[in-house]
Ligand binder design. Structure first.
Ligand code: FES
Length: 187
């Protein structure tokens, strides 16, 4: 997992991290995996290998949707509403990893974007159960990953979509947070 370690080193030195400050149209260093899917090529991933005992029992990455082109979304069967998951042990579908320069094409983080707001999903009871948990230092209480600063006092976890209040450092209602972002987007 050399590319992964390189990425971690860069992050530690504060060189470039697409996780926090990422602007549409700009190019960043992104951890990628070679995918042998309908569209062969490099697929951007969030550099956080994990296993969710709440959802399913498999080590995996999530794709970095901010760097995922439309064709790649289609080949991952990622319809803008659901996270697609990358299993690095699936050698038939995925190959080597590398850090690549990629252009940010969207501000939507993770696989559970704003359009999913208000739609009850299987994950809602879990979202509600997590409300009030601490997210000190922008650490998500679910897996300890970095939460992304969305501005307007909101933090968002790019993995499974929890939102936090940047001031109180506690998890808040996902629906309320998304409604706030949607409202701000239309002002
Ligand atoms: S790691 Fe799952 S929501 Fe943050």
């Amino acid at each position: 997992m050399d590319a992964y370690n390189t990425f971690k080193e860069w992050q530690a030195k504060g060189v470039v991290t697409p996780l926090d400050d990422c602007e549409v149209g700009k190019t960043y260093n992104v951890l990628c995996i070679w995918g042998k899917l309908n569209n062969r090529g490099w697929y951007p991933v969030i550099p956080f290998l994990h296993r969710d005992k709440d959802f399913f029992n498999l080590d995996h990455y999530h794709n970095e949707t901010r760097f995922l082109s439309e064709e790649k979304r289609i080949s991952l069967n990622c319809d803008n509403r659901t996270a697609s998951v990358i299993d690095p042990d699936n050698k038939v579908r995925f190959g080597k990893m590398a850090v690549r320069r990629m252009k940010c094409v969207s501000s939507e983080i993770g696989g559970l974007p704003l359009v999913a707001a208000g739609k009850r999903s299987l994950m809602h009871p879990w979202f509600e159960k997590m409300e009030g948990k601490p997210c000190k230092g922008k650490r998500c209480p679910h897996q300890g990953s970095n939460m992304v600063d969305r501005g307007h006092g909101l933090l968002e976890c790019p993995l499974h979509g929890l939102f936090g209040d940047a001031k109180t450092e506690r998890i808040i209602s996902r629906d309320k947070a998304i409604k706030k972002l949607q409202k701000l987007a239309t002002v």
